[in-house]
Design a protein around this ligand. Structure first.
Ligand SMILES: Cc1ncc(COP(=O)(O)O)c(C=O)c1O
Length: 430
């Protein structure tokens, strides 16, 4: 089916406000297949993917080992019984996630325990429930610009009004938002505000992305996570890290918290975990998880039909093995430095100011007008122009004024250089 026909069907049969369809047909493209760092559309045109499809395809689209693991699993066992009769891969993946997180972080002294979920937002909700069931304190501290997903639980801790306001009357609004720091001098304010919130009482957790992706590729100063750890310890609260975007090598380490050696109480994982199957995980310190969740007497308090899906587990085990084999966290760190250097060379443009930031292969190019306002129209025009030149890119930030790079971690230097060269041409024309 060609692009125009598929778009026509979407217009007719998919709910409005899901796929953004430009009236003149200039957005979106219709994906037909993807391999490695490339995507082909329904008309056969080839693109370089600078998004890894929301960071999912960390080991490349359709990584052959991941595909094979999924295909073999499909032929053997397509579905098991979530919280009732399990399959062995779920146990193996839970062990692997423990090894990658709490065991690595503690030199083998501690283990982790996992609640599997489907989408990223569900992993966040599992973490919120864990915090609630632990101490009964319902309040959560979250951050301006935070994106934790859009289910009714997660929506409470996601910051943007755009997502919340139509549903506000059905939200419990248990979150208190604090500014996300971007420079060391912001930390004192963060500390004071959080201290005040703890004093008001009933706060059981701080939930944070170690680096914000959807919020506009925001990298906090190095003291941020250590500060949050200290405040959580002082006030008997849990530190929940949402590493759904930043996990699995995206920022140049296995997990972004490793940049500051902070160990959370709970970590939420998704996206790159499987390379393309909806499976997510909330991994917590085993002692904490055991204290929080009572032994099941037959009816789990929190579960879902597809919990720990066998195909997702098989793919995740293969994906993690690929990330290890290809040393993708280190590759991401090295390529990220290269990309930041390329982008640091002056980007031409008359009508806006450019700021570049990021870690590993999570990099943002922020455009602001000379009066400081977000240059949203310019950023969106540039992204569209890039698309028509064969480069898939996305805007991030509340005002969609940050052009982001989150490519498959298998991308090459040459492909990054070629993209930056093209982006500079496009921006120069603005
Ligand atoms: C940091 C973070 N948390 C949670 C989510 C929600 O994940 P999902 O869209 O799979 O529900 C996202 C999605 O972009 C995310 O970036």
């Amino acid at each position: 089916m060609k692009t125009t026909e598929a778009i026509k069907l979407l217009r007719q049969y998919e709910s409005r406000n899901v796929t953004f369809l430009e009236a003149d047909g200039s957005w979106p493209i219709v994906w037909e297949r993807a391999k490695g760092v490339h995507v082909w559309d329904a008309d056969g045109k080839k693109y370089l993917d600078l998004t890894a499809a929301f960071g999912v395809a960390a080991a490349g689209h359709a990584n052959p080992h991941v595909v094979k693991a999924g295909q073999q699993q499909m032929g053997k066992l397509l579905h098991a019984m979530g919280d009732v009769h399990p399959h062995a891969l779920k146990a193996q993946l839970a062990r692997e996630l423990s090894r990658l997180t709490f065991e690595r972080w503690s030199g083998g002294e501690r283990t982790g325990k996992t609640i599997f979920c489907n989408s990223g937002f569900e992993a966040v909700e599992a973490a919120l429930k864990t915090a609630m069931i632990t101490g009964g304190k319902y309040g959560v501290i979250a951050f301006n610009g935070a994106y934790h997903g859009l289910g009714y639980g997660a929506l409470n801790v996601t910051h943007r009004d755009h997502f919340k306001s139509p549903f506000r009357l059905q939200l419990r609004e248990f979150a208190n938002f604090v500014p996300f720091p971007t420079k060391p001098s912001d930390l004192a304010v963060v500390e004071t505000l959080i201290g005040r919130l703890f004093q008001r009482g009933r706060v059981g957790a701080i939930l944070v992305e170690p680096m914000q992706a959807r919020g506009g590729i925001n990298v906090p100063p190095p003291g941020f996570l250590p500060l949050l750890r200290k405040l959580c310890d002082r006030h008997g609260a849990l530190l929940i890290l949402d590493e759904i975007y930043t996990g699995f090598g995206r920022t140049g380490k296995w997990f972004a918290c490793e940049h500051s050696n902070v160990v959370p109480d709970l970590i939420c994982l998704g996206k790159a975990l499987t390379g393309g199957f909806p499976l997510s995980a909330c991994v917590g310190r085993a002692d904490l998880m055991d204290a929080a969740w009572p032994a099941s007497t037959g009816e789990a308090i929190h579960t879902s039909t597809f919990l720990g899906h066998p195909v997702g587990c098989a793919m995740a085990l293969a994906q993690i093995a690929e990330i290890k084999k290809l040393k993708l966290p280190a590759r991401s760190a090295q390529l990220g430095e290269y990309l930041l250097k390329l982008l640091a060379e002056k980007i031409p443009g008359r009508s806006y100011r450019v700021t570049v930031r990021g870690a590993g292969l999570m990099v943002g190019v922020e455009l602001r007008r000379t009066d400081g306002q977000p240059a949203t129209a310019e950023a969106l025009r540039a992204i569209k122009a890039m698309l028509h030149r064969g480069y898939i890119m996305l805007p991030e930030g509340e005002h969609s004024h940050v052009i982001s790079f989150t490519p498959p971690l298998t991308i090459t230097q040459a492909q990054l250089a070629q993209t930056v060269q093209e982006l500079k041409k496009v921006l120069a024309a603005e």
